[in-house]
Design a protein around this ligand. Structure first.
Ligand code: XMP
Ligand code: MG
Length: 179
């Protein structure tokens, strides 16, 4: 285990098994819909990789980069689009792939934007959910695991752009971001 990690919450095996399970449900729900799997960069990269390889239906993979965190551990509520989609979502079924839902600001903004652009439907699949952190109403339809209100890293999740490469989700030691 990495020295900055206090506790491992989910191992690679646990996350991959959960992703496969969610992918099978998406396969059923989107069998004839040719959905767009829309990964939010950069945190969703490992999880979208796990999901897509278990979805044996026609699916388009796209990415967007939005940001509500500015190097810290709390959400600012201001969501900026850093990289937009380069394909039309009009009349398309969109499955947003997220690493974690906390306040809900990020998804609230992205969902509103996609609907404004004429998406036929918008749902969310998230690896992790921190329901205690919620500020706006946001209920992802597909959730991997619920976690308590701790700051976690790994499996795509970062602190100041590091730790995304850890092959598990773990709680970061407080002293790492306190000093
Ligand atoms: P909101 O608050 O908009 O947050 O729902 C969603 C985004 O915030 C980041 N986030 C975290 N990143 N560890 C992280 O590394 C965490 O515990 C955490 N909580 C929220 C994440 O980028 C997510 O997309
Ligand atoms: Mg994110």
């Amino acid at each position: 285990m990495h020295n900055d990690i206090k506790e491992i919450l989910f191992t690679t095996e646990q996350i991959e098994a959960k992703a496969a399970e969610l992918a099978k449900q998406l396969e059923i729900d989107y069998a004839d819909k040719k959905p767009i799997l829309l990964g939010l960069l950069k945190g969703s990269i490992p999880f979208i990789g796990d999901l897509m390889k278990h979805m044996n239906i026609p699916v388009q993979i796209e990415f967007m980069d939005v940001s509500s965190y500015h190097g810290g551990t709390t959400s600012s509520g201001q969501v900026k689009i850093l990289k937009d989609l380069d394909t039309s979502v009009e009349n398309r079924h969109i499955i947003i792939v997220e690493d974690i839902v906390d306040t809900g600001f990020t998804l609230d903004k992205v969902i509103a934007l996609l609907k404004h652009r004429g998406a036929a439907s918008v749902e969310v699949v998230t690896m992790l959910d921190k329901p205690e952190g919620r500020v706006v109403v946001m209920e992802p339809k597909y959730i991997g695991f619920n976690i308590p209100k701790a700051f976690v890293v790994g499996y795509g999740l970062d602190y100041d752009e590091y730790y995304r490469n850890l092959p598990y989700v773990g709680i970061l030691k407080e002293e790492v971001y306190m000093n």
